[in-house]
Design a protein. Structure first.
Length: 384
């Protein structure tokens, strides 16, 4: 079959102001702002029409972190939504109006098959107004993410949604290219983007709520150098969308200080908003150029992959699966960090990590547990 030409188009990377919502009214306020920003973007970039919009993680509902104001599972479930609910239908109406694909992430999603928990869900809505892709965040950091990863409930999850790489890390073939998504911490390590690349992704929509304390700005800026690497490794566009500013009593306004960007399939930065304010970035997406680039063998990051030497890395689990099965959802961040003890025991036990001077292998798991208990005693980690 002969491939059909895809014309260049504009993608909009959104960097909105977010309010941490407590209820549906708070969600509606964030959604109103998001839709106004779409109206602006598609109007401004009228000469090369916008076909794709990317919003950040938790752009509708916000999120809380350790310390004062940390929410437990009950608070999150109060603002959980369904992907066939009124909020997503509103975005679907805008997608139909402007002939857009709208991507976003960090939806606090209630899933009927697992009603005792919530998933951190990324989505893509098509021009039909329907949700055409749903992805449940895989690499949720144990120390800061209360949502359930498919891996936390893996055996049950596979029974409902399937466990194939194409199901866990979906890519859709559309008239604007092959689209996929990964969320925030997914981009810190190679595996999720590599799975998307294996599935043929050409544009990775990458919603994040990435905080300055984790290094969004110079001189560290691991957000930029890791995501340039993800784009280069997979010869795919990466469109990274972060919050601009936030309203929450316990957060600085620049908690997630922007830094949104568009990176092309060579790892080159096309657009960047390195500041904590609202912004809309418009970037030209050229799928035909990407496909021509992939046709060359020189420095082709997929042609030269030699898999046999790396299998041993993944033969044994590191973070163990099925830690939070039905009836046992993670209720607090401290609860979510419980399995890390086992991970430390394994990493130090097999000699991959070496303890600091004066510490034994056995000490390292105990040290993690002691830190969690001390934080709970100080009131900087929530107790259930």
């Amino acid at each position: 079959m002969t491939a059909k030409k895809i014309d260049k188009y504009t993608a909009l990377v959104m960097q909105p102001h977010v309010e941490v919502a407590e209820d549906r009214a708070g969600i509606a306020k964030n959604l109103d702002r998001a839709i106004n920003m779409i109206d602006f973007g598609v109007g401004y970039f009228w000469e090369l029409p916008a076909r794709l919009v990317v919003f950040p993680e938790y752009f509708m509902q916000g999120v809380t972190t350790p310390g004062k104001g940390e929410h437990g599972i009950d608070s999150f479930m109060k603002k959980a939504i369904e992907l066939d609910g009124p909020e997503m239908r509103r975005l679907g109406e805008v997608a139909k109006e402007y002939n857009l694909y709208i991507a976003g992430g960090g939806v606090v999603e209630r899933v009927k098959e697992f009603p005792d928990r919530w998933f951190n869900t990324a989505f893509i809505i098509g021009p039909s107004g329907e949700v055409v892709l749903r992805y449940h965040k895989w690499h949720i950091p144990a120390s800061i993410g209360l949502g359930t990863s498919p891996h936390d409930i893996f055996d049950e999850y596979k029974e409902v949604f399937g466990g194939d790489i194409s199901t866990l890390f979906p890519v859709i073939d559309t008239e604007i290219g092959k689209l996929g998504t990964m969320t925030c911490h997914d981009g810190c390590t190679p595996e999720v983007s590599r799975a998307l690349g294996y599935n043929g992704v050409e544009v990775i929509c990458h919603p994040v709520a990435l905080q300055e304390v984790e290094g969004v700005s110079q001189p560290w800026d691991f957000w930029m150098f890791t995501r340039r690497t993800r784009a280069h490794d997979n010869m795919a566009y990466v469109l990274g969308s972060n919050w601009g500013t936030v309203d929450y009593a316990y957060y600085p306004k620049a908690f997630c200080p922007g830094g949104s960007f568009a990176i092309d399939y060579t790892g080159m930065v096309q657009r960047h908003a390195p500041y904590p304010q609202e912004q809309v970035l418009g970037v030209t997406i050229d799928i035909e150029s990407l496909r021509e680039h992939r046709s060359r063998c020189n420095h082709n990051t997929w042609v030269d992959v030699r898999t046999e030497g790396f299998r041993q890395i993944y033969e044994k689990p590191i973070y163990p699966a099925n830690q939070f099965p039905s009836g046992k959802p993670p209720r607090t961040l401290a609860d979510k960090m419980g399995p890390v003890r086992e991970v430390f025991s394994d990493l130090y036990g097999r000699g991959q990590f070496t303890p600091p001077a004066g510490k034994s292998v056995a000490d390292m798991a105990d040290l993690h547990e002691q830190r969690v208990r001390a934080a709970q005693a100080r009131g900087t980690l929530r107790k259930d």
